[in-house]
Unconditional design. Structure first.
Length: 487
């Protein structure tokens, strides 16, 4: 009996981590509805009972010895080892355990293991974010069902012409989402299918238009909107390639803490993954050739460029934190497509607002692994973030040695940002009179043309001066909150 008790104790010791999975097909269906911890408990006790029953039968028949001449129970554990509960012995292989027991394979009853697959619980999304994801998915599925998930060539009809839109309207109380069709032109919206609430266009901005439900229990959580991509022959627009886009426009009703936090997390992870990718590729810095590019480009500067490309200078100056949170919210609403349809008059596109020529010059260099197509590259946030880091290092490499060596100085950030916006040629010539020019001590007419920064570039630097301190303050607050939660 001593050996039997030791076997049971050893079996219990290994049970939680290591016991084999024993199939009971007739009861499988009933167990499916049980919580995972209840299933584990049932399996645990079934295995204990199985081992106990075998030991009892062995004792009853006088075969309780370690080296029994007849049936010897061997259990294969989850880590692949083999265990005899009667003796408490364990070995890496069945043959080794049989040898230890002095038994033959013919006398062994082996219960082989089917490895237990740990159950990873699905993350529970906040209701608003779950509704946004569901609404976007429903609209994308609708587009696929209609066979419109590619671009469709059509005649030129004018960017201001009415557009057929579909709104995903979420009922906060029931969780139901209705797809509501309508015709939109500016702030005028005419619904053409039943809607659970009257919907108005609060402000019109193409795909970023703000839709508001009159009934506060309903929210527009996603929009299907046709994008008219111009097809040109020379400078003349000859046709439109219509693209059915799905997007969640920014709205004050959707600007919630969980959405802002999600957007910040997306940006932080993009910065980290982009620099990690460049590091894994072994890309050397042009500005500091003895270092990797990922160790020269500052993460705060990468984040700041993504922010100030879509921020108003006056708003940043008056309340930089609110502006940054709004941009985080936009990204939180559209983690994979935020600002993908933002195109400037110069053709700059996406989160980082590259112009085609600059991006293509980088994409041609295979060591960077960038997507060859401009639009594809700009609509892939990870790819765009990587391109931005590469370009910042190229800009820094054009500046004097003392600037290149001080890549973490705030003033260097300004030089890089100015080069990102207006080209590094003038920046290089303007460094000697930098603050006098940015702060307006010197008027444009007092500055040599070669050193004269464009007004847009000066404004861009001022936006950076407001953005970086606010971003660092937001991060410090988050870190302090996280530390407090741990305590």
């Amino acid at each position: 009996m001593k050996n039997g008790r030791q076997g049971i104790s050893a079996l219990k010791l290994h049970a939680h981590r290591n016991l084999p999975k024993i199939q009971h097909h007739s009861r499988a269906a009933n167990r499916e509805s049980l919580p995972d911890r209840d299933k584990d408990a049932i399996l645990f006790f079934m295995r204990i009972k199985l081992a106990s029953l075998f030991i009892s039968v062995s004792i009853f028949t006088g075969l309780a010895g370690v080296a029994s001449a007849q049936n010897v129970l061997i259990l294969q554990m989850n880590d692949g080892s083999f265990y005899n509960p009667n003796s408490g012995k364990i070995a890496p292989t069945r043959e080794a355990l049989l040898q230890m027991l002095g038994a033959s394979s013919a006398s062994a009853t082996v219960i082989e293991n089917e490895p237990l697959i740990p159950t990873v619980p699905e993350p529970v999304l906040p209701p608003l974010i779950a509704a946004i994801e569901k609404g976007q998915t429903m609209l994308k599925d609708q587009i696929k069902m209609e066979g419109l998930d590619g671009r469709v060539r059509g005649p030129v009809i004018g960017q201001d012409s009415p557009r057929m839109v579909t709104l995903a309207v979420w009922d906060k109380e029931t969780g139901n989402i209705d797809l509501v069709k309508g015709i939109k032109q500016g702030t005028k919206l005419t619904l053409t299918s039943p809607s659970p609430s009257k919907i108005n266009v609060k402000s019109s901005n193409w795909i970023n238009s703000d839709y508001q439900s009159v009934d506060p229990t309903h929210l527009v959580v996603a929009v299907r909107y046709p994008i008219y991509n111009e097809v040109k022959s020379g400078k003349k627009v000859t046709a439109y390639d219509t693209e059915q886009a799905v997007y969640t426009p920014y709205s004050t009703t959707l600007h919630q803490p969980e959405v802002v936090a999600r957007g910040k997390k997306v940006v932080d992870e993009l910065v980290e993954s982009a620099l990690s990718d460049l590091r894994s590729r072994g890309i050397k810095s042009r500005a500091q050739p003895d270092k990797l590019l990922a160790d020269v480009v500052n993460p705060d500067l990468l984040t700041s460029i993504a922010v100030i490309e879509h921020a108003d200078s006056g708003a940043l100056r008056s309340n930089s934190k609110a502006v940054i949170e709004r941009i985080y919210a936009t990204i939180g609403l559209n983690p994979e497509s935020a600002y993908n349809y933002s195109r400037s008059s110069a053709g700059a596109l996406g989160l980082f607002q590259f112009i085609p020529s600059t991006y293509v010059s980088l994409a041609k260099q295979p060591q960077y692994g960038l997507k060859a197509n401009f639009e594809d590259g700009m609509r892939d946030h990870h790819n765009a973030m990587r391109a931005a880091a590469i370009y910042m290092d190229i800009i820094l490499a054009q500046y004097p040695a003392e600037v290149r060596a001080a890549s973490s100085d705030f003033k260097t950030f300004e030089y890089i940002a100015a080069g990102y916006n207006g080209g590094y040629g003038r920046v290089k010539n303007a460094i000697q009179i930098w603050d006098h020019q940015i702060n307006g001590v010197l008027k444009p007419k007092e500055i040599n043309k070669r050193s004269r920064l464009q007004a847009e570039t000066i404004d861009y630097v001022k936006k950076l001066r407001n953005a970086i301190p606010a971003l660092r303050e937001i991060r410090a607050t988050d870190e302090a909150r996280a530390a407090s939660d741990i305590l």
